[in-house]
Design a protein around this ligand. Structure first.
Ligand code: RIB
Ligand code: CA
Length: 302
């Protein structure tokens, strides 16, 4: 089966760490480049967190450091959820700095997109890098196969009343992406909450292997839910989708991003009745099959 070739744009972030783990150890995904962005924590920390994971798995994948802050706004961090480092809970012994590209994230993405076809960009954080890519080289759009994005909310948000974190940190970037005309599959917070993983399953992965032990320790420090109520696996859904689209119900919708609202900036207005859709929205998930997929994804790691 042909592998999905991806660029992974990320702000680890503990749920990002689970998604990165599944992606770089997948038989169905070829991760060509990882780009870091300011989001859950600052970009020095998110970059270092990607390096920790690549070193832990001994994966020789290029990582390019991205935006230090949103396009025009001040950064907003979520260290309350992910810890000061962005990946609290596990002591990663060393970091292979040689994997860090000399190029910026935008430069590295342009270089790769010009060289390779059929690339999917998986977006796990604020969309600053992707918007910057389209601003820097508008013609590069023709080389992007599609975007698979974790973000937005059909209803209530998790940063503001109607605002999800990734879109709320950089509303202007999100607006550029949804007005770009690119093929977008979107995974809003509602489906992430449905796909939450409970303590009983997290206790199991601890016993599988070194990866399960590492993720168990990270998830023990992740504050987006709890072991009893379930931990929200937002970012992981994008990787599950690439491996098995049948896990999801996808519905076309028009997504518009509010950038002017005093209380609503970053809100995603997702209209399933609109006849000019610009995205496919994951509106439901087969939770039982997803949970089994999650456990198998960990089992295949080191
Ligand atoms: O709202 C959830 C999203 O914001 C996830 O990507 C999480 O990692 C944070 O970036
Ligand atoms: Ca993220």
């Amino acid at each position: 089966m042909k592998k999905h070739k991806i660029i992974l744009d990320t702000d680890p972030g503990i749920d990002d760490a689970v998604a990165i783990t599944a992606a770089i150890n997948s038989d169905l995904i070829d991760t060509k480049l990882i780009t870091s962005v300011s989001g859950n924590v600052d970009v020095d920390k998110t970059t270092n967190n990607v390096l920790k994971l690549l070193t832990f798995f001994d994966k020789n994948i290029e990582i390019a450091k991205g935006a230090e802050q949103p396009l025009i706004r001040h950064p907003v961090f979520a260290s309350k959820v992910h810890g000061e480092s962005g990946m609290d809970g596990y002591d990663f012994v060393n970091v292979n700095e040689n994997l860090l590209s000399d190029h910026s994230a935008v430069h590295a993405m342009i270089h790769l997109l010009e060289k390779e076809d059929d690339l999917t960009i998986v977006c796990l954080g604020p969309l600053t890098n992707i918007a910057s890519l389209l601003i820097a080289k508008p013609s590069i759009k023709e080389k992007i196969k599609n975007l698979v994005i974790m973000g937005g909310a059909i209803g209530r948000g998790n940063l503001g009343i109607y605002t999800e974190f990734n879109f709320g940190v950089d509303p202007e970037a999100a607006r550029i992406i949804f007005e770009s005309g690119l093929d977008i599959s979107l995974f809003p917070i509602e489906v992430g909450v449905k796909a939450r993983i409970f303590g009983t399953d997290i206790d199991k992965i601890k016993t599988y292997n070194q990866t399960g032990h590492m993720l168990y320790n990270l998830l023990s420090h992740y504050r987006s839910g709890s072991f009893d109520k379930g931990l929200n696996m937002y970012d992981l859904l994008t990787i599950a989708y690439l491996e098995d689209q049948k896990l999801f119900t996808m519905e076309e919708a028009r997504v518009d991003i509010e950038t002017q609202g005093e209380f609503t900036s970053g809100a995603s207005l997702i209209d399933f009745t609109n006849n000019t859709p610009n995205a496919k929205i994951a509106s439901d998930i087969d939770v039982e099959r997803f949970t089994e997929w999650f456990k198998n994804a960990i089992k295949r790691c080191r």
